[in-house]
Ligand binder design. Sequence first.
Ligand SMILES: [Ca+2]
Ligand SMILES: [Ca+2]
Ligand SMILES: [Ca+2]
Ligand SMILES: [Ca+2]
Length: 515
Amino acid sequence: MSAPRAPRLLAAATLAVAPIVALLPHAAAHAAATPHRRPPALTRVAASTGAAMATTAGTRSHARGNSHRAACAGAADLVVAAPYATVDGQARAGAVTLYRGTREIGVLAQGSAGIPGSPERGDSFGSAVVSGDFDGDGCGDLAIGVSEEFAGTPVPDGADGNGIVQLLRGSADGLKPAGTLDVTRLGRPRDTDRFGAALASGDLDGDGDDELVVGIPGLSEGGGVGVFGMKGRDLRAKGTLVTQATPWVAQEHIEGDQFGAAVAVGDFDGDGRAEVAIGAPGDTVGPTTSGGGSVTIADVRRRQAGMYTQNSPGVPGEAEKWDSFGAALAAGDFDRDGRDDLAIGTPGEGLDAFQDGPMYGNGAVHVLYGTRRGLTAIGSEFWSRKTKGIRGKSLNTDRLGSALAAGDLNGDGDAELAIGLPGGNRVLVLAGTRTGGLTANHAVILTGRPGHPGDLYGSAVTINDAGLAVGAPGAGRVTLIPATTRKGSYTGLHPRNTTTLTAPKPALFGFSLTS
Ligand SMILES: [Ca+2]
Ligand SMILES: [Ca+2]
Ligand SMILES: [Ca+2]
Ligand SMILES: [Ca+2]
C-alpha cells in the first residue's frame, strides 16, 4: 500500500507533534528538529536550524568573528523555513526566507540564486535550518536541510527521502551557494535516510570555526549523525559518522529509534570544545519500552559517549512508551557558570490519564546542568505545566517540549529557555538566573490566536538579538516578541509589542527557524 510521499515530513513529525496533526484539516506538524545556538559573535547573520534554536551569550562553542561583521553583506538575523512552499508550481518543494528585523531581505529555493538542484514536488527544502561560521571568516554561513530530496532516482511513493544539506557561505558580497552534502560523504550509500532532518552547529574542536552536525534519523539500523568540518577541514570533505553501532557509542539499535531526529551542540564541561547532544526519541529503553527515548552526549574529538533516559539515576520520571524523551534539545548556560546546560524535550510525557497513543502527551522538559566533568543528572530539573509557579492548566494534548530554544533574552548573561507546546498553542518561557539556573519566577506564557488550535503556535522557536520568534506553521505565521535588558529572574520579553510575519498557509512557513 503506498501513501503519497507528501505526508512524510509529517510522519516524521509525528514523533513531536503527532497529536495535533489530527486537529488539522490537512495535516501540518512539525518535526523534532534541532535546537541550537546562535553564534554570539555573528550578530545579524544568516543562519538556520531546526525546530528550535537557541543561543547563548558567553558560551564558547561558537566561533567568534565580531570584528569582521561589518564586512558581511546582507546578513540576516532571522531565517524562516517553509518546507511545504510551492516553488515553480511544485508543491512542497520548499523555500527559506531571510529577515533582518522584520524586513524581508531574500528568499532562497533550489534553482534560484545559484542554489543547486531544481525544486521538485515534495523535496521539503528547509526541513531544518542552522547558522554558524563554518569557515571562520566572521561572516555567518547557513546550512539548509532538504530531508525529502531524492538524488538520481525517481521518488518512490510513500518513501522517505535520501535527504541533502545545502550550504551557503556569508561574505562581503552576501550569501553564496557553497556546495551540497549527502550521506555519501560519510561513506554510506543513499537510502531513505532523511539526511538533514535536523541540524546544529558549534565549535567541536576548539579551533575557532564551527562544525556542522547533521541528523540522519532514517539511516539504517536506527539512525545516525554526521559531523562535518573537524580539524579545519572544509565542510565538504569526508565527515565523521556517529551511530549507535559506532564502537565508542555501543548502544542497542533498531529501526525506528530515530537517533539524530534532534541534535544540539554545547560545551557541557566548559573546556572550550563543544560536545554533541543527540536525541533518539523512538529509542527503546530497557527491554520493552519502545519510544521511551534517549539522549546521547558524544564527544566526537575524544571518541567518548554517554546516554541518558528517563530511567537514568537522577533523572525524574520513568521511561514509558511514546514519551519521546529527546524529541527536541537546546543547549544554553542557564546558570551562567561558563558551562552549557541541556534542555531535553519529552513531549509525550503523560501527566494525566488518557495517554492513549503516540499523539497524546502533556509534555515535560528535563534540564541537566554542566559541570567540569560534563553534564550530570544529579540535581536535574523536570519542568511541566504542573510545576509550581507555572500558570494555566496542563492538557494531555499540549505536547510541551516539542520545540526548545535557549538564549539570553534579558541581556544579563545567563540563558533563558523557550519551550513550545504546540498542542496547547502556547510557548512557556523560563528565566535563567546566575545563582540557581532556571526559575519559575516571572515565567511568561505566550498564547497563539485564540480559537485557532490548528495554528500549532510553538512548533518552532528561536532567539536572536531582538527577542524571541515563534513559528505557527499550521497558519503560516511567525510572531516576533521583542525583549529588552532587564537583570535578574526576568525574561525581558514584551508580549504586547509583537510583529507577525505571514505566508500562504499550506507552505508550513515557520516549521523551522534559526537566527
Ligand atoms: Ca572548529
Ligand atoms: Ca567540551
Ligand atoms: Ca551552566
Ligand atoms: Ca538571561
